[in-house]
Design a protein around this ligand. Structure first.
Ligand SMILES: [Zn+2]
Length: 197
């Protein structure tokens, strides 16, 4: 299964590693190997980092990390579903859990020269399952601190369970993709109109 990157935010893309097109459950991070493929596709790790991580954890360790990552994802899905509709509620238990995960963050900063001048780059070091969970928790932290809760949306497509952050100017994005659910909705509306005539 090709991972989907329609979320417009790493946290939303992370939620989209499990989805149900037409009622059938798809798991993108089914095992350690699949986890490595996804973190590379999501640019969380480059090929070299990922190879080092795989050597360090071994097959069993990677599978265990994938299970932890799936658990984090479903926890995040439950929390973010509530957060986006009721952002003002008391989420101290959720924040405590998030902060525990963030303790695993291993960050290296580098100041480098770019065309625009000097810039600080942030590199996430990921050499353990905890460090990987921390990077994903950090993406969730970015979402809840920097983004408008109302703009985290689930696709309006019939039966579609995909999530995205609506970054359009008018904030009217309704579908995971214009070609997929957007098109199906258009066809359905067209048929409806024809039937009414
Ligand atoms: Zn959709």
């Amino acid at each position: 299964m090709q991972p989907l990157f329609i979320g417009s935010h790493l946290a939303a893309d992370f939620l989209n590693t499990a989805f149900e097109p037409y009622g059938e459950h798809v798991e993108v991070i089914g095992d350690g190997k699949a986890l490595l493929e996804w973190v590379q596709a999501a640019s969380v790790m480059d090929a070299e980092q990922s190879a080092r991580f795989a050597r360090k954890l071994g097959v069993k360790g990677l599978d265990a990390a994938a299970a932890e990552v799936r658990k984090l994802r479903e926890w995040a899905r439950a929390w973010l579903s509530r957060w986006r509709t009721a952002p003002g509620r008391d989420y101290s238990a959720e924040l405590r859990h998030l902060n525990e995960l963030l303790e695993g963050l291993n960050v290296r900063h580098e100041v480098t020269r770019t065309k625009e001048g000097l810039e600080r780059l942030t590199h996430f070091e990921i050499e353990s399952a905890d460090e990987m969970l921390a990077v994903l928790a950090s993406a969730i932290g970015d979402l809840v601190t920097e983004e408008d809760p109302g703009l985290l949306k689930s696709c309006s497509g019939d039966g579609c369970t995909l999530w995205f952050l609506d970054r359009t100017k008018a904030h009217r994005r309704m579908f995971c993709s214009a070609a997929g659910c957007g098109n199906r909705a258009k066809v359905a509306a067209f048929r409806e109109r024809q039937r009414d005539q």
